[in-house]
Write a protein that binds this ligand. Sequence first.
Ligand code: PLP
Length: 304
Amino acid sequence: MTPRGARATAVIISPLTGQPRLVDPTLPHVGLEDQALTRGDGVFETLHVLDGVAYKFDAHHARLRASAAAAELPAPSAATCRTALELALHAAAPGSRDPSRDLGAEHAVKLTVARGTPDGEPWAWLTASPVPGATFAARRDGVSVLLLERGHDPAEDAGLPWLLPGVKTLSYAVNMAAVRHARSRGAQDAVFVTSTDRRILEGATSSVVCARVRDGDAAPTLLTPEPSRGVLPGTSQARIFDAARRHGWGVDYGPLHPEDLLTASAVWLTSSVRLAAPVTSVDGHPVPTDERLTRTLTDFLVGA
Ligand code: PLP
């Protein structure tokens, strides 16, 4: 269970080429004029740490560098990020344990690069906190989702770098509003679809993966919307697909539509800390879940 009241530990990397230093997370560290705060102008990564091991570290660092480059921000080196991570974990409260999966002690680690104040320099910080119980509940009980229109097709943004397509920026207010809207309609999470052809895009904070198991198939086929078409390329989805390929499963990329989710053998929302949360219904229509496949996908994510 999540230790109640267990706080995050925090490390600051400022300057970005300097030595990371542990700070007291209860003290103020962000200037009120920091553009990360005033404009959501920064990029971030959320990593899963299990028994002290940061999963997919290289993939997260590569995506951080790509996000930072797209936003014309510098990024701390992988070595600096690792030092910051070790400092934070060393000081962290014991990780929380998932009673349903018993994977080990888990932390969520968030690494943020901020634009800084208008007359200042970009800087970064990292926090490590125990994984909340709600995440464990989502893994165990699954999530009901509502399909919400994205308003425009993000594939159209692909050639427009100022729109930061596929970049993990701090500007998540829309994503959070979508989750609140889904909750106000009785669902637990939101999945974006295009307004024109109702193509499945991604969850508000996750990728969408589904499995098709047909009679006579030797192995399942996993499907996900094309990561290049304006959605965030998920590190969890990529790791699941790599492992699936190694196991001789089929893997394929969209386009996916609502009926593909409704007729799938199982559907998941995947993200680094949540791992693979089974989807139990889409717009109120039940979707089958498959406990064995969910365990296998989880093993793909946290296995050696
Ligand atoms: N898509 C969005 C919009 C996200 O916010 C996230 C994770 O936060 C993902 C996909 C999944 O990314 P990852 O698997 O790298 O955590």
